[in-house]
Design a protein around this ligand. Structure first.
Ligand SMILES: CSC[C@H]1O[C@H](OP(=O)(O)O)[C@H](O)[C@@H]1O
Length: 396
């Protein structure tokens, strides 16, 4: 399925589609480590290939990694090797793959939520009682077919809910600001490259643009992976949405000198009290937004909500390899070739000397008291005046 351009217009260019599935059912991802300068499609047919793509961040974005994990499982279940197994053997194999895929990145809950949907089905699935080989084969085939449908649903349900959240978030923010055209800020990348299409926070920006309610979308570069300067920049320029890139260090200055109507971000995990894990740099944006009395909106599908955790202190924050923060990927403007350059002295982030350390968490946690509202496809949960928590259960 090709990701849709805003409001279902012409399909987005390939380079803005995180996952594509061809007529034969072959799943492919665009290697996001090479974007925006090179478009390289990588076939993904097995959980091992999906695990590598997710772990190495060839594909990233909480909903997109859940989709790829599920689609890789679906592909593997079509192989003769699986179809020759007994139902019990198939069940065990699927449960093992769910554990393996879920271990690829720990913070985004969409991945574990998708795997749990499969686990729940398997654990509640009652096979046919007959032990004859033909009925055993059909029972195994029935189990495979049902799990494959769940995998396909994980991928396909994302686009429509993103467009719903875009509409709900844009309506809330336009009403809050009372202005005809809004200036908004976003962090990281939450568009078609992070989802099955349209995006979450960028979905709200797109909806504002479609409603002619957008003045400018400011986006932070979001180092060290540069989701903003490489990916959000690609999406907003391709969609021709009025945008302005800022360095991560410029948020405070922007808030001092521009009349910003809202900060809109995605999420990797929103817990019961509304505390939210999102890309590193989100927390400081929230602190600055409160300082400047700017509404702070989190946009995420219900599959990002984790009611099993009471507060953000319980969220496992992924630490990326230190060396990733010492390097930058880009296009060498002299040679025209893609390069990875090291910006630090040799050994920083790799050596074991006390002066070579690098701190490189992939996410941080924004307390609910800094968040104005959380938007899911089920609605908008606002934080009440003076409250420290947000009741997100009302929008699950
Ligand atoms: C709709 S994407 C949600 C979330 O995922 C991103 O993290 P990463 O790029 O490391 O996968 C970022 O935190 C986005 O806000």
């Amino acid at each position: 399925m090709v990701a849709q351009a805003p409001s279902g217009k012409k399909p987005l260019p390939d380079m803005m589609t995180s996952i594509r599935i061809d007529k034969s059912g072959q799943v492919e991802i665009v290697d996001q480590l090479l974007l925006p300068h090179s478009v390289k499609w990588i076939p993904i047919s097995t959980p091992e290939e999906a695990f590598d793509a997710i772990k190495s961040m060839k594909i990233r974005g909480a909903p997109a990694i859940a989709s790829l994990a599920a689609l890789s499982l679906k592909s593997s279940l079509s192989t003769e090797e699986i179809r020759s197994k007994s139902e019990e053997e198939v069940k065990k194999w699927i449960l093992d793959q769910c554990d393996y895929l879920q271990s690829s990145r720990p913070t985004a809950v969409n991945l574990s939520e998708a795997m749990n949907r499969i686990r729940t089905y398997i654990k509640t699935h009652t096979s046919s009682s007959s032990s004859s080989s033909s009925s055993a084969t059909s029972a195994s085939a029935d189990l495979v077919q049902k799990v494959q449908q769940i995998c396909q649903d994980v991928h396909e349900e994302d686009l429509e809910r993103n467009m719903t959240m875009g509409r709900l978030g844009a309506e809330w923010l336009a009403k809050k600001s009372g202005k005809s055209k809004l200036k908004v800020v976003t962090v990281c990348n939450t568009g078609s490259l992070a989802t099955s299409g349209y995006g979450t926070a960028i979905g709200v920006i797109t909806a504002l643009f479609e409603n002619d309610q957008l003045d400018t979308a400011y986006y932070a570069q979001t180092t060290p992976y540069h989701q903003g300067s490489r990916l959000t920049s690609l999406e907003l320029t391709t969609l021709e949405i009025p945008a302005c890139m800022i360095c991560d260090t410029m948020l405070g200055s922007l808030f001092q000198h521009e009349d910003i109507d809202g900060v809109i971000v995605g999420a990797d995990r929103v817990v019961k009290n509304g505390d939210t894990a999102n890309k590193i740099g989100t927390y400081q944006a929230a602190v600055l937004a409160q300082r400047h009395n700017i509404p702070f909106m989190v946009v995420a599908p219900v599959t990002t909500i984790d009611l099993s955790l009471k507060t953000g202190a319980e969220i496992h924050i992924e630490q990326r390899p230190p060396v990733e923060a010492t390097q930058v990927r880009g296009l060498n403007i002299e040679t025209g070739k893609l390069s990875v350059v090291r910006i630090t002295p040799e050994g920083v982030g790799e050596g074991d000397k006390p002066w070579q350390r690098v701190y490189n968490p992939s996410f941080d946690v924004t307390p609910a008291e800094l968040i104005s509202c959380v938007v899911t496809e089920k609605g908008v949960a606002e934080r009440k005046e003076g409250a420290k928590d947000i009741d997100v259960s009302s929008i699950c």
